[in-house]
Design a protein around this ligand. Structure first.
Ligand code: ZN
Length: 84
């Protein structure tokens, strides 16, 4: 599962999606499509929020809805440094 997750994530980069440049698709779509069910700290809200962000239904990466969702996702997924 980890190999599939990594290849999926890296292929999003091959398609042009980057971290810190626009909506965060690589991590959220990875978590949406390959939830960490075995991860000790995984929660349903983390997965649901990852899928919501992966859907990308925001006017821009600067919209307050996206920023609130991404900060919450980052907190739930222990990627707090990304939310800065
Ligand atoms: Zn990446």
């Amino acid at each position: 599962m980890e190999l599939k997750r990594t290849i999926f994530h890296e292929n999003l980069h091959n398609l042009g999606y980057r971290h810190g440049d626009g909506i965060e698709f690589p991590y959220t779509c990875e978590a949406s499509c390959f939830p960490y069910k075995d991860k000790e700290n995984d929660s349903q809200s983390e997965s649901l929020l990852a899928c919501k962000i992966c859907n990308g239904d925001y006017p821009s990466e600067e919209s307050i809805d996206y920023l609130n969702d991404f900060v919450e996702y980052s907190d739930l997924s222990y990627k707090r440094s990304q939310s800065y």
